[in-house]
Design a protein around this ligand. Sequence first.
Ligand SMILES: Nc1nc2c(ncn2[C@@H]2O[C@H](COP(=O)(O)OP(=O)(O)O)[C@@H](O)[C@H]2O)c(=O)[nH]1
Ligand SMILES: [Mg+2]
Length: 297
Amino acid sequence: MRRANISVANLLLMNMKQDNIHWYPGHMAVATREIRKGLKIVDMIIELIDARAPISSRHPFLANYDGNKLHLIIMTKTDLADPYVTVHWEAYFEERRMPILALNVLEKNSAATIVKKALEIGHVVFEKQIAKGMRPQPLRAMVIGIPNVGKSTLINRLAKRKAAVVEDRPGVTRAPQWIKPNDKIWLLDTPGVLPMNYEHKLTSTHLAAIGAIKRDVLPLESLTSYIYKYVKSNYPKLLFKYLQTDAFNDYDSFINAVGLRFGLMNQGIIAREQAINRFYDDFKAGTIGRVSLEVAY
Ligand SMILES: Nc1nc2c(ncn2[C@@H]2O[C@H](COP(=O)(O)OP(=O)(O)O)[C@@H](O)[C@H]2O)c(=O)[nH]1
Ligand SMILES: [Mg+2]
C-alpha cells in the first residue's frame, strides 16, 4: 500500500484537536466495575483489539492499566486488515514490551495458538507457585474487549473442546464460571465487554467503520464519506476493483456508481440510501479488500 496518511502521532494529535463528541457516553462505571471484579480472580488479561484500528479499539481503562496482572494482546481480524500494516503493529506492541498475537479468530487453530502463548507468558505464575512449594494451579484468564472484536467466538471455540463449569447452586451468590480447555488454563466464561471510547470523533469514526457500533445510531452518510475518502487516498486500486470502473471523482458520484454496479434502483433512480448501506456493509465485511484505518508508523 501507499503510506497511509494517518500515523499514530497524527491520530493522537487529531484526536486532541477534535471537539469531543458523545453519541452515547457509555456506562463506563458499571462496565469497569464488572471487569474489576473479574480482575480480582484472574492472573491474566487477554485483551482483544481489532487489527484495522488497533488504537481506537483499545480502551483507556486497559491502555492505562498498570495493575499486576499479566497482559496479552490479541489483534483479531487480521484477515480484514492490510497485512503490511499489521506487521508494523506487531512490532509496535513488541517494542513496548507488550506480548501480542495477531490472528484471524475464525481460523481453526486460533484458540490453540492463543492458549499456547498465554501459557508461555503465564510461566512466571507457575514458577512462583512452585517456588512456594505449591502444585501449579491452572492459569486464570479473562477475555476483555469492546463489542465485536471476537470475544464470544474465541470463548466458544475454547469451550467446545473440554468445557466444564463450576456448579451453580441456586440461592447462593453465583460463583465465577470457568471455561476449562485443559488443566493448565481456565477462562472466565463471560468476556468483559468494555464500553467504547467515544471521546474523540476520529476514534468513534474508526469504531463505527469496523462495526463496533450499532448501525441504527450511525450517521451513515458522513461515515461512508470518510471511508470512501480514506480508501481512495490509501488504497485507490481497491475501489476500481470493487466497482469495475473509476468513473467517479467524489463521494456523490461514487455512491451513484455503487448503485449502478449493484443494480440498486428505485423506479429508474439510483436508490442512494441503499447504495450507502451496501458500501458500508461491503467495507465492514472486507469485501472491498483489506484495509487498515490506523498505521503504526
Ligand atoms: N473476518 C473475521 N471475523 C471475525 C474474527 N473474529 C470474529 N469475527 C466475526 O466478528 C463478529 C463478532 O464476533 P463476536 O465473537 O461475536 O465478538 P464479541 O462481540 O467480541 O463477542 C462475528 O460475526 C464473528 O464471526 C476474525 O478474526 N476475522
Ligand atoms: Mg460477545
